[in-house]
Design a protein around this ligand. Sequence first.
Ligand SMILES: [Zn+2]
Ligand SMILES: [Zn+2]
Length: 156
Amino acid sequence: MSSPEFHIAEKNAAAEHLEHDAAPPVLGQRSTRQRKLIYDILKATHEHLDVESLYRRARDIDSRVSLSTVYRTISLLKEAGMVDELIFEDDRRCYEFKNGNGYQHHHIRCLSCGDIVEFQTDYARQLRDKVANEMGFTVESLKIDVSGYCETCAKR
Ligand SMILES: [Zn+2]
Ligand SMILES: [Zn+2]
């Protein structure tokens, strides 16, 4: 049996900084500074943040940000297809800008330390082609989310 060809995706090492480009229309006609801030944070980071950590980060910059604003903004960006929601085995939800790291990738999450690692695999493309051919589907997305224990946590 041949071992799967997994490639751990390279993270962009560039320092994270908030780019203050124009607010996308999806945030609303009078999009608030707070919504825009959450958008900027999500857009700039290469991490996969859950609502709590997104909230904490936004609060560090602007103390007027409320948890409901975070939820509302995420739901708007999600509906607009700008943000991907990752739902893991234990129902933990994390968010990332669509193809934020610039490539199609999948995720493995450690159930113990919460670490999320991205990977790429040719199998995904093969599966996609197979489904397209055999089911006659035009495949729009295919996600592989893996949960388990990382090497360090598995040793404990
Ligand atoms: Zn771990
Ligand atoms: Zn990712």
